[in-house]
Design a protein around this ligand. Structure first.
Ligand code: MN
Length: 240
């Protein structure tokens, strides 16, 4: 399926003359050409991490829409596979976070921070809470690596996040809830879980109203009050 087709649902929900969200209409940027963007904004602001230029990216946005939630997005085959995580990702392996799939988003969405106008789909404020790269770690029973997209299709994908806030192994696992009651119409639901036993036990749940953007250092409120304020520039060699 072409990138355009995969974003049809995304585009169908939005009016790009009213929202500043990216349309994702970049037919000149197919998956796999990302190495042609040296020095792009994935560069580490703090410079304490080795370059992971070839690794897929992830982003977690906080979205103060009709209900506050986190949007967890992983780059897979040229789009951002997306889940709405009401409570946000936890660093505590004991917390299983509900993750509801949403439509694929364009890669440009990883930089989106601002206000979606009221009345539009997803109306409300968005900040980039965390961003970075991830390493797919799914294997089959013979310990052979499984492509990440296929792991997701199979309903279980493991990965290691290299973010500014989230670091370490995580897993997304699909389960089917309440299908019987809903006559089979219920959408599959996923769980996002910190894997392993070394995760932080405290502070597992971010407070969305106090959290600061990994992109601009701003809170939801600051973005809501000045959505177009110039962005705080990192010192790590950003867009230049
Ligand atoms: Mn959202």
């Amino acid at each position: 399926m072409s990138e355009k087709d995969r974003l049809r649902t995304y585009r169908g929900k939005r009016h790009f003359d009213r929202t500043k969200e990216p349309s994702g209409d970049r037919t000149d940027a197919p998956a796999g050409n990302r190495e042609d963007e040296p020095g792009d904004d994935r560069t580490e602001p703090r410079g304490e991490r080795p370059a992971r230029g070839d690794e897929p990216v992830f982003v977690v946005q906080i979205h103060d829409a009709s209900t506050m939630h986190f949007d967890f997005r992983l780059e897979v085959d040229g789009v951002l596979k997306s889940w709405s995580v009401p409570k946000g990702p936890s660093t505590d392996p004991h917390d299983k976070r509900l993750a509801i799939p949403t439509e694929d988003h364009p890669m440009d969405y990883r930089d989106f921070e601002g206000v979606i106008p009221e009345g539009e789909y997803g109306g409300g404020t968005v900040i980039v809470w965390d961003r970075g790269t991830y390493t797919p770690t799914s294997h089959d029973k013979q310990k052979r690596p499984v492509p990440f997209g296929r792991a997701l299709e199979n309903g279980h994908a493991t990965f290691e996040l290299h973010g500014e806030k989230l670091r370490g192994p995580y897993a997304l696992t699909r389960f089917h809830g309440r299908e019987e009651q809903d006559g089979g119409s219920a959408k599959p639901t996923w769980l996002l879980v910190r894997a392993g036993s070394t995760g932080a036990k405290s502070g597992g749940t971010p407070d969305p109203r106090r959290a600061r953007s990994a992109l601009s250092g701003r809170t939801l409120r600051q973005v809501a009050e000045a959505p177009d304020a110039p962005r705080w520039e990192s010192n790590g060699g950003g867009k230049g």
